[in-house]
Design a protein around this ligand. Structure first.
Ligand code: HMG
Ligand code: MG
Length: 314
């Protein structure tokens, strides 16, 4: 399989952490429910391809996201291998479900806007903090690592533009609950490179350095890879991505897939940046998953090197 010619840029970091969200962000948005055993196989393949972090599922209300109603079944089937994998938990009920399974890493997910907080969490912007506060406190007490997401950082389908100051105020409040990392979500993929730099500058000025920040780009407007490069040049070293470009958010209809992990890996490896990921194994996984879903992956790299077949037979 072809790989990119390496031309190192000494200004960029030597290593980047890819936080794989395909099994969660990708599959939460599928029209059909993917069987639990396929999810388990998908996660195992991603781990085998060298992805250092694979967000596995969500312990949200099963009526809100029926696609992930089998979260407990998937995590139980993964056994020991599943324990360190992060899962989304919106509230104490979700945390209880994760604790029952001995999981070690949870993620809360807040909104930078009032409308999305109500639509995604059934809470007002302010009420979301009251929901998350005991989740983080109890998770930390139990020795778990907590990641915080903030959504709609670059624009909101109902409210339009979102002020950088508002995103920083919400993000800092979520992080200060006790998270180790804050992932900045471009939920509907509208951000552009200068906006990324301005947002990161504002977070740095508010006391959150690039080292505790991750970027979570959806690719709706084709800006995800450019925006990742802008963040990389700024100093961010953790990037969320989804194998094959799966993804979206069921409560934000204009959201499409995440930045495809393969496209990110191609760029990073071309820049001589280590990820620990085997591109051939990853592409093979996305081609396999495309076969299970019955449609080709939207990833440019998967199509260039893997050419997903329309095989739904197995
Ligand atoms: P609610 O209806 O307000 O919940 O939903 P409630 O607290 O009023 O509880 C109602 C009932 O639900 C109770 O049962 C609870 O036990 C039960 P009853 O007493 O009536 O029998 N319940 C639960 N059951 C199982 N697991 C739970 C749970 N919680 C309550 N965790 C809630 C509030 C937050 C639960 C709901 O709005 C929800 O599940 N939302 C999740 C939406 C979601 O998953 N969205 C996608 C993920 S976010 C995303 O994709 C963005 C991201 O990728 C970043 C980006 O792109 O920007 C992260
Ligand atoms: Mg997302």
């Amino acid at each position: 399989m072809r790989s990119p010619q390496v031309v190192r840029d000494p200004a960029l970091p030597e290593r980047v952490t890819i936080y794989e969200v395909g099994p969660r962000d990708g599959l939460q948005n599928e029209a059909t429910v993917v069987p639990a055993e396929v999810k388990v196989e998908f996660i195992r393949r991603l781990l085998a391809a060298g992805l250092p972090v694979v967000e596995a599922t969500s312990f949200v209300h099963p009526r809100w996201v029926p696609q992930l109603a089998d979260a407990a079944e998937v995590m139980a089937a993964l056994g020991e291998a599943g324990r360190p994998l992060p899962v989304l938990v919106p509230n104490e009920r979700g945390l209880d479900r994760a604790l029952e399974l001995g999981l070690r890493h949870v993620a809360i997910f807040g909104s930078a806007t009032e409308t999305f907080a109500r639509r995604n969490l059934n809470r007002s912007l302010d009420e979301q903090f009251a929901m998350f506060e005991p989740v983080v406190a109890r998770a930390r007490e139990a020795g778990l690592d907590v990641r915080a997401y903030v959504s709609m950082c670059f624009g909101d389908p109902w409210e339009g533009d979102v002020a950088v100051d508002q995103v920083v105020a919400v993000g800092k409040r979520l992080f200060d609950l006790g998270a180790s990392q804050l992932s900045l979500g471009d939920t509907i993929g509208v951000g552009t490179a200068g906006h990324v730099t301005a947002l990161l500058d504002a977070f740095n000025a508010a006391g959150l350095p690039d080292g505790v920040l991750a970027m979570h780009f959806h690719d709706t407007y084709g800006q995800a890879l450019t925006n990742a490069l802008a963040a990389l040049r700024h100093g961010v070293t953790t990037f969320d991505a989804s194998a094959g470009g799966l993804g979206g958010c069921p409560y934000a209809e204009s959201a499409t897939g995440n930045l495809a992990t393969e496209d990110l890996v191609w760029m990073l490896h071309g820049l001589g940046i280590e990820t620990g990921v085997s591109l051939p194994a990853l592409v093979e996984t996305s081609v396999w998953m495309a076969g299970r879903l019955g449609r080709p992956s939207p990833s440019r790299v998967v199509n260039a090197v893997g050419n997903a077949p329309a095989d739904t037979s197995a």
